[in-house]
Design a protein around this ligand. Structure first.
Ligand SMILES: NC(=O)c1ccc[n+]([C@@H]2O[C@H](COP(=O)([O-])OP(=O)(O)OC[C@H]3O[C@@H](n4cnc5c(N)ncnc54)[C@H](O)[C@@H]3O)[C@@H](O)[C@H]2O)c1
Length: 379
């Protein structure tokens, strides 16, 4: 569990600079819809989540939380959320334990809670109104499921999540993470960004703004063409491992880099994952082909390859670096959390009438979040 972030500092910063949760709390109290509603939420348990959780418990919701990964769980945030009235389960069986509370609304990150719910309840239960999913990885997995006995709102493809959080929030967080952890400039050096969805595109944009020579590795020809017209050279994962000094993964796929590919990595390569899964860069495979591993800090581990003696520096144990290090402006994350919460409020009334399966995020909710955000920005 990571104890690095001070919850009171983040709360004070949010209240001072972007008080969207104050606006949202008044809105939820007025609507009263979440009062005594049981909410199961699978998410990163960070100080920013604590700000959102407080807004929910203050609005009368019964909140049950499970952790995405211990790598992003902050001890002080967990403590604060418990003090604010949330029930928090930790560890690999935490989603199962949240479901034992029989939540009426499920809010998910990576489709973990929803999938566990669907596995135990094949039909839509009258006490569960609906779910929402915030990640691209979760939406891909949802689309591969045969039967979905529950409406699941796709938050990832909303404008706020995809264009503000995924693009600007993550890109900004990547650049800050590099400055914080590597404490060196990558100006004029070559970085390969693997995956050109909104996350990869934002990472590429922010790296280029800091003077890095960015190449894109993308398997989808449409996205690769888009990267070309956005002005990037096209590369490959293989080439990024042997020729660049920075490799950023943003595909949402697990086990992207095989042992065979890791063996040929160039000396002093820095690898940063931004994708949802800690397993995306496959550091287990890197470990297997290394003769030595040294943890320079919690944020960076250096592996010495057995074959060549080359050193590879991997960030945050493979967990998405901006989330694990809480880097970047907090505004995009507060915005997506506010969207998640307004969706919970919406599902209480609308969930029972929605058809099962993937549902788009109603634009009226994005308008409402944006109105609250614009008011918060004017303070
Ligand atoms: N770090 C964060 O704060 C944060 C925020 C939002 C989303 N995410 C996560 O980031 C990941 C990417 O999100 P997105 O919305 O950009 O997803 P996306 O699915 O739109 O884009 C991923 C891209 O990767 C490409 N790809 C897949 N396998 C590849 C491979 N082997 N080589 C090259 N390209 C490959 C796909 O073709 C696709 O274009 C997801 O896991 C998402 O959950 C992280």
């Amino acid at each position: 569990m990571n104890n690095a972030t001070d919850v009171s500092t983040i709360t004070a910063k949010a209240d001072r600079e972007f008080p969207i949760f104050k606006e949202l709390e008044s809105h939820l109290k007025e609507s009263g819809k979440l009062k005594n509603v049981k909410i199961g939420w699978h998410c990163h348990l960070t100080a920013i989540t604590a700000v959102a959780a407080k807004c929910l418990t203050a609005s009368g919701a019964d909140l049950y939380l499970s952790e995405c990964t211990p790598a992003t769980t902050e001890g002080s945030a967990v403590e604060q959320m418990r003090l604010d009235g949330a029930t928090i389960h930790l560890g690999p069986d935490s989603p199962k334990r949240v479901l034992e509370h029989d939540p009426s609304i499920i809010s998910d990150t990576g489709l973990v809670l929803t999938e566990a719910y669907l596995a135990t309840s094949k039909r839509k239960s009258s006490s569960t109104y609906g779910a929402s999913e915030i990640t691209g990885s979760g939406i891909s997995r949802l689309r591969n499921l045969k039967t979905i006995g529950l409406p699941v709102i796709n938050l990832n493809d909303g404008v706020i999540k995809s264009k503000i959080e995924n693009f600007h929030g993550v890109g900004d967080g990547l650049v800050e993470a590099l400055a914080l952890v590597s404490k060196r400039s990558f100006v004029k050096e070559t970085a390969t960004v693997v995956g050109y969805g909104q996350v990869g595109a934002g990472a590429a944009h922010y790296l280029r703004r800091t003077g890095v020579n960015v190449k894109i590795a993308e398997t989808d020809p449409v996205r690769a063409l888009l990267a070309h017209y956005d002005g990037y050279a096209l590369g490959s994962l293989e080439d990024g491992l042997i020729s660049g000094s920075l490799l950023v993964t943003a595909t949402g796929k697990k086990f992207l880099i095989s042992e065979e590919l890791w063996q040929n990595a160039r000396n002093d390569l820095t690898v940063v994952n931004l994708g949802h899964w800690q397993e995306e860069p496959n550091l287990a495979a890197l470990e297997k082909v290394s003769k030595h591993q040294e943890n320079l800090s919690k944020a960076i581990s250096t592996y010495t390859l057995a074959k060549t003696g080359n050193k590879v520096h991997a960030y945050t144990g493979g967990a998405p670096a901006n989330v694990a290090l809480l880097t970047g402006s907090i505004e995009p994350t507060l915005l997506h959390l506010a969207t998640e919460i307004l969706t919970m409020d919406y599902l209480v009334e609308a969930g029972q009438n929605l058809a099962p399966g993937e549902q788009p995020l109603p634009y009226k909710l994005e308008k409402e979040v944006s109105r609250l955000a614009l008011r918060a920005l004017k303070r």
